[in-house]
Design a protein around this ligand. Structure first.
Ligand code: GRF
Length: 215
């Protein structure tokens, strides 16, 4: 399976995906990393891993449609089967959604459907919740509304700031995202309306060689 990863910033989730592919915990390869922000660390991470890295700056495109068409063309050119958004700070338009229908994943730093959109960690602190976390979901036309694959809970501590809570959530993101992609690449993910069914592993050899799938 060939992955495309879209990132805008530090790319720590991208790194977790690259590491997962390198160790074969994820039975897939990263075919291309596309970044919309010049100088983003995500680009350096892709280059360091020897993976094709493209800078497609959205500010060079007059329209959102034009930018989406450019993304679709680049992803097709690299033979991408599954598209992973990893801190990509752009809304995905219909052209991209249709080209990769039900084949786009995103990671979000809250337990969806709570706190969608921007500043999810800030929203959780402001709401005074005791537990937050992260969610890997399939991308649909809404903002962080698609079917949920995997979630991990993270306690909110009394002294937490946006930074400390985000940091603890990020640790869980780095576990959840590779795991979700691995399940997908094994063909174990079935979308049934709003619900996602995770099928049993079919290859015993893979289970034995992948202790991360057992916990
Ligand atoms: C993560 O918190 C992710 O949940 C959100 O954006 C952040 C990206 O971080 N969508 P990184 O670029 O992967 O380090």
């Amino acid at each position: 399976m060939r992955l495309g990863v879209l990132a805008s910033g530090s790319g720590s989730n991208l790194q977790a995906i690259l590491d997962g592919c390198a160790s074969r915990a994820i039975p897939a390869e990263v075919a291309v990393v596309i970044c919309n922000v010049p100088g983003a660390k995500a680009l350096q991470r892709a280059e360091a891993a020897g993976v094709p890295a493209l800078l497609l700056d959205h500010r060079q495109q007059a329209s959102r449609e034009g930018y989406d068409a450019q993304l679709v063309a680049a992803l097709r050119m690299h033979g991408v089967d599954l598209l992973c958004l990893a801190g990509f700070m752009r809304l995905i338009g219909p052209a991209l959604l249709n080209a990769f229908h039900n084949k786009i994943l995103n990671i979000h730093p809250s337990l969806l459907p709570a706190f969608p959109g921007m500043h999810a960690v800030r929203q959780a602190l402001a709401a005074g919740v005791r537990v937050s976390g992260c969610t890997v979901h399939v991308v649909d036309q809404g903002t962080d509304t698609g079917p949920i694959l995997i979630q991990a809970a993270v306690p909110v501590l009394d002294g937490d700031t946006e930074e400390t809570l985000a940091e603890r959530i990020l640790v869980q993101e780095h576990r959840c995202y590779p795991r979700a992609i691995s399940l997908w690449a094994q063909g174990r993910v079935q979308i049934e309306g709003r619900r996602v069914r995770i099928g049993a592993a079919t290859d015993p050899a893979r289970i034995l060689s992948s202790p991360e799938l057992l916990d």
